[in-house]
Design a protein around this ligand. Structure first.
Ligand code: NDP
Length: 441
């Protein structure tokens, strides 16, 4: 019988890996093939990899884990995350547990409108060329849609145009840049291919209308018409930890937010933390994470200064976190339908649209950021991070099996998480156990 679906899986991290997979396989009714895809026994085959990229020689693996405790708009989500960095999944799960106490996350997203760009040159008078394009809007949209009629049938397709005249980058005597934007509803696709098809398709008409010459015809990764937003409200009292009051922790988080808003050096690191969470979900769900990264960072400097994607304020006894960023995601396209692990990940995530996926990613980004600024604004991140990092150091030093945990614990106790120290500890622990006549684990 299927277990109740909840993301609140207490004690999950203490289970052996096989039992964790067993729990989610039962909960989400994964087939044997899907379970095997998740644990790496199955998954992406060399043959499929060979069809995806050029000069393929194999398949690259990353650790896959589950972000827990996420509740978004009242619904529980168990979130597959592929990431090599320790502490990211623990941080998201921890933050989501605290946010859950305040009612979880609320999230929403825009329609999936993407921008395709057509660059025009040698157009003569820019104002006249721009007016001519605007006057031919319906003709341009009809032509764009003729290259992808199935998108219209799905309720999407090219919906509008914009014409932009940008100052010449090389100085007053240079020709201004004339750009036609096609605003295209890509439904459940990220949309790059269909947008590029439409942009290339309308280019001859654009040349005819303006008398100019078209050069670039491609989507913009600054998907600022396709924003996702998430919010959480955490009672200040529930933030108390590390022998500090909730007020003190909240103050540290608000100060971290102010710092990032004022300083691009800090904002870059703040947003790196946000993207730790978002990229991990993006990779596990087969998204183009370079496109997401490009869009997020371009959006972060939309007013001329690079700023944080998320902010934290105190409002009526609550710490309120908000995040907003472009998320051009797909449930189809790219590797999504052909990568077995991606399909199993989407089954666990239970999202039914690219929009719903964007809500999850926005909430995960906010959760990740909360965990980071909570530690940074109080006791610092090294204590928690080093405890998790110690396991990697132990493995690098040669520890395997039960030795990994033993050496990692000893490293943390010694307060010296370094490979040389780990080698020393491993050698001395193995020697002691051998001398005591115990079987080496
Ligand atoms: P695909 O072209 O692979 O898939 C999208 C297609 O899926 C649609 O055109 C549509 O085709 C079909 N489809 C089926 N169901 C739906 C649905 N419900 N909603 C929407 N479309 C549906 O991928 P994308 O166009 O999304 O492009 C994404 C890929 O492009 C990624 O792999 C990305 O890496 C890559 N890319 C990215 C670039 C960038 O970011 N700058 C540049 C170039 C490529 P149909 O109507 O025919 O069924």
């Amino acid at each position: 019988m299927a277990e109740l679906i909840t993301s609140r899986l207490s004690g999950f991290h203490k289970l052996p890996m096989a039992d964790r997979l067993g729990t989610v396989s039962r909960m989400f009714r994964l087939t044997l093939e899907e379970s095997n895809a998740m644990n790496g026994v199955g998954g992406l085959s060399n043959d499929t990899a060979n069809t995806m990229i050029e000069n393929a020689i194999g398949v690259f693996k990353l650790p896959l884990g589950l972000g827990l405790n996420l509740q978004i708009n009242g619904r529980d989500y168990v979130v597959p995350m592929a990431v090599e960095e320790p502490s990211v999944i623990a941080a998201v799960s921890f933050a989501a547990k605290i946010a859950r106490e305040g009612g979880g996350f609320t999230a929403e997203a825009d329609d999936p409108i993407m921008i395709g760009q057509v660059q025009v040159t040698s157009f003569g008078d820019p104002t006249q060329a721009a007016s001519k394009l605007v006057a031919h809007k319906e003709q341009l949209l009809a032509l764009a849609n003729s290259f992808h009629p199935s998108m219209i049938q799905r309720g999407g397709g090219a919906r509008d145009i914009e014409v932009r005249v940008l100052p010449a980058p090389e100085g007053p005597k240079g020709e201004p840049i004339l750009v036609l934007h096609l605003l295209i509803d890509t439904q459940d696709a990220m949309g790059a291919n269909l947008i590029n098809t439409m942009c290339e398709g309308v280019a001859p008409l654009v040349e005819q209308i303006t008398g100019g010459k078209v050069f670039l015809r491609i989507l913009s990764n600054l998907a600022d018409r396709r924003l996702a937003r998430a919010t959480c409200r955490i009672p200040v009292a529930s933030l108390a930890d590390f022998d500090l009051t909730g007020e003190t922790i909240a103050e540290g988080i608000v100060q971290a937010s102010r710092f990032a808003s004022a300083d691009p050096y800090r904002a870059a690191t703040h947003n790196k933390g946000v993207m730790n969470g978002i990229d991990s979900v993006a990779i596990a769900t087969g998204q183009d994470w370079r496109a997401i990264e490009a869009g997020a960072h371009a959006f972060a400097c939309r007013d001329g200064q690079y700023r944080p994607l998320s902010t934290w304020r105190l409002e009526e006894g609550h710490l309120v976190g908000r995040i907003e960023l472009p998320l051009a995601l797909g449930m189809v396209g790219g590797p999504i339908k052909i990568h077995p692990q991606v399909q199993a990940a989407l089954k666990i995530l239970r999202v039914t649209s690219a929009r719903e996926l964007s809500l999850v990613m926005a909430a995960v980004g906010l959760a990740q950021n909360f965990a980071a600024v909570r530690a940074l604004g109080s006791v610092g991140i090294q204590k928690g991070h080093m405890a998790l990092h110690a396991r990697c150091v132990a493995v690098t030093a040669g520890a395997r099996g039960l030795w990994v945990e033993k050496v990692a614990n000893a490293l943390v106790t010694a307060g010296h998480v370094k490979v040389e120290k780990a080698k020393e500890l491993l050698a001395s622990m193995m020697r002691d156990e051998a001398l005591a006549g115990q079987p080496v684990p």
